[in-house]
Design a protein around this ligand. Structure first.
Ligand code: NDP
Ligand code: HSE
Length: 420
C-alpha cells in the first residue's frame, strides 16, 4: 500500500469540502487506487473552521515551513484564493520536490510559468483540475483524452455564480443583487464578487483552457472580457420573446491559425444545449477536428463538487511517477485575432420623433452594419427600439454605435448583446 502525506492550504468552502471527501472516502480510495492518503498538515487562520470540521488542532498552523520541511508530505493542495501568499507557498513546496494541486484559477492563470519552472526544478507536478469548471473533469479531458485531435474551439458556461444569477433572473424574475447574495451564501461566489459578475473568473478559466486547447499561452490581456453587471431584466425578457436565453459565455477558437478568446454575455437559442444549463451548473462544448463535438456538464462551484476535482488531482498526483509538463511558450503577438464577428441585439432609447429611426439606420448603414429586424415601443415622448443585427465585425458595430450615441435624438444606447 502506498502511503502519501498531503497538506491542505485553507479550510474554507473548497478546503472544507476537500477535507470531508478525504475523510469520508479514505477507505474507498485505498481499495480502488491502492493509496493511503494521510492529511499531515493544514494551514488555516480561522480556528472556528477547524473546530467545525473536528480537525485535530495539532496538525493546523499558519506556517508553510511545517509543510515544506515535512518529507512525508508529497502533495500540497491550495485553496486560499488570491495571489499571495498562495503563489510563494506553492513555489516553496514545488522547489522542495512536492506536487501541487490548486483550485486558484486567478493565481494559476497569472503565475503558471513560475509554477512550471519550480515544478521542473523540484521534479513534482502541477495539478489544477478544480481551477476550471469546478467538479467537471475538463482539464483531464483536454490533457489526457483528446491527443488525437486539433482543437478547433471551446465554448462554455464556466462560472457558476453568474449562471445561477442569470437563471434566477430569467426563471423567477428576481433582481440581480438579491440573487448575488444567495450565491454568496451558497459558497459559489468569489471573495470579491466582482471577479464573478465582471467576467474575471471566466477570463482566468478561459486563459487556462484555451492554452491547453491551442498549445500556446493565451494571456489574460489577449482575452476580451465583459461581465453581466449591466444586464437588466428587460433584456432577458425581450430575449425570451425572440426565443433566446442569456448566458455568460467563455469562447476560445482557433481559425486559420489565429486564436480568438472572449468572455461576454450572449443570447443563445433556446434549443442550444447550453441553454438548458441552469443554476450553478456549468458546461463546456469542445470541438476537435477528429472527434467533433464533446460536451461536459456538471456542477461548476461549491464545496463538494470542487472538492471532488481536488481529491481526484491528489490521487492522480500521488499515483504518478512522471508528471505532465506544460512546455507552452509565449504566443507571438500576431497569433491572436484582432477582431471577431457576431450577430447582435441592440436596445436604445430615443426621442419619439419623425426621422429618428432613419438617422439611426443610416449610421448603421454607413459602417456596413445590416439590420435584420426592428421593434419599437413608444411611451410618453420616448421610444425604446430593439434592433437585431446581421453578422458583422465587432469593430464595425462599435463604430456605428459610437456615431449613434452622438445623435441628438438618441437618449441612450442601453444594451449591446452578442447573439450566437
Ligand atoms: P474561502 O474564502 O471559503 O476559503 C479560503 C480559506 O483560506 C479561508 O478559510 C481563509 O481564512 C483561508 N486562508 C487564506 N489565506 C490564508 C493564509 N495565509 N493562512 C491560513 N489560512 C488562509 O474560499 P473558497 O474555498 O471559496 O475558494 C478558495 C479558492 O478556490 C479560490 O481560489 C477560488 O477561486 C477557488 N474555487 C472556489 C470554488 C467555490 O465554489 N467556492 C470553486 C472552484 C475554485 P480567512 O477566511 O480567515 O481569511
Ligand atoms: N466563483 C466561481 C464560480 C467558483 O462561481 O464559478 C468556481 O470556480
Amino acid at each position: 500500500m502506498k502511503k502519501v502525506g498531503v497538506a491542505l492550504l485553507g479550510l474554507g468552502t473548497v478546503g472544507g469540502g476537500t477535507y470531508r471527501i478525504l475523510r469520508d472516502m479514505h477507505d474507498d480510495i485505498m481499495a480502488t487506487d491502492g493509496i493511503d492518503i494521510e492529511i499531515r498538515h493544514i494551514l488555516e487562520k480561522d480556528t472556528a473552521k477547524v473546530e467545525a470540521l473536528g480537525v485535530d488542532p495539532d496538525i493546523v498552523s499558519t506556517d508553510i515551513n511545517n509543510v515544506v520541511n515535512d518529507p512525508e508530505i508529497k502533495v500540497v493542495a491550495e485553496f486560499f484564493g488570491g495571489i499571495e501568499p498562495a503563489r510563494s507557498f506553492l513555489i516553496a513546496a514545488l522547489k522542495a520536490g512536492k506536487s501541487i494541486v490548486t483550485a486558484n484559477k486567478e493565481m494559476f492563470s497569472k503565475c503558471w510559468s513560475d509554477l512550471e519552472a519550480a515544478a521542473r526544478e523540484g521534479g513534482g507536478g502541477l495539478y489544477f483540475e478544480a481551477s476550471c469548471v469546478g467538479g467537471v473533469p475538463v482539464i483531464r479531458a483536454l490533457t489526457s483524452s483528446m491527443q488525437g485531435n486539433r482543437i478547433n474551439s471551446i465554448m462554455g458556461i464556466v462560472n457558476g455564480t453568474t449562471n445561477f444569477i442569470l437563471t434566477k433572473m430569467a426563471d423567477e424574475g428576481l433582481e440581480y443583487a438579491d440573487v448575488l447574495k444567495e450565491a454568496q451564501r451558497l459558497g459559489y461566489a468569489e471573495a470579491n464578487p466582482s471577479a464573478d459578475v465582471d467576467g474575471f473568473d471566466s477570463m482566468y478559466k478561459l486563459s487556462i483552457l484555451s492554452t491547453l486547447c491551442f498549445h500556446k499561452k493565451v494571456p489574460l490581456d489577449k482575452i476580451y472580457r465583459e461581465g453581466i453587471s449591466k444586464i437588466s431584466k428587460v433584456d432577458i425578457e425581450y430575449g425570451k420573446r425572440f426565443g433566446y436565453t442569456l448566458k455568460l459565455l467563455a469562447i476560445g477558437k482557433c481559425v486559420d491559425g489565429k486564436i480568438e478568446a472572449r468572455v461576454h454575455p450572449a443570447f443563445i437559442l433556446e434549443n442550444n444545449p447550453l441553454a438548458s444549463v441552469k443554476g450553478s451548473f456549468n458546461a463546456v462544448l469542445i470541438n476537435g477536428n477528429n472527434v467533433g463535438d464533446i460536451m461536459l456538464y456538471g456542477r461548476g462551484a461549491g464545496d463538494l463538487p470542487t472538492g471532488s476535482a481536488i481529491v481526484s488531482d491528489i490521487v492522480y498526483a500521488a499515483a504518478q511517477t512522471e508528471h505532465m509538463r506544460f512546455p507552452y511558450g509565449e504566443a507571438e503577438a500576431d497569433a491572436f485575432a484582432d477582431d471577431f464577428t457576431s450577430e447582435y441585439y441592440v436596445r436604445m432609447t430615443v426621442e419619439d420623433k419623425a426621422g429618428v429611426l432613419a438617422k439611426v439606420a443610416t449610421a448603421f448603414g454607413k459602417y456596413g452594419v445590416s439590420i435584420n429586424s426592428v421593434q419599437q415601443q413608444a411611451d410618453e415622448g420616448k421610444a425604446s427600439i430593439i434592433f437585431m443585427i446581421h453578422r458583422t465585425a465587432e469593430s464595425k458595430i462599435n463604430k456605428a454605435i459610437a456615431e449613434i450615441k452622438s445623435l441628438n435624438e438618441v437618449i441612450s444606447v442601453d444594451s449591446l448583446i452578442r447573439v450566437m
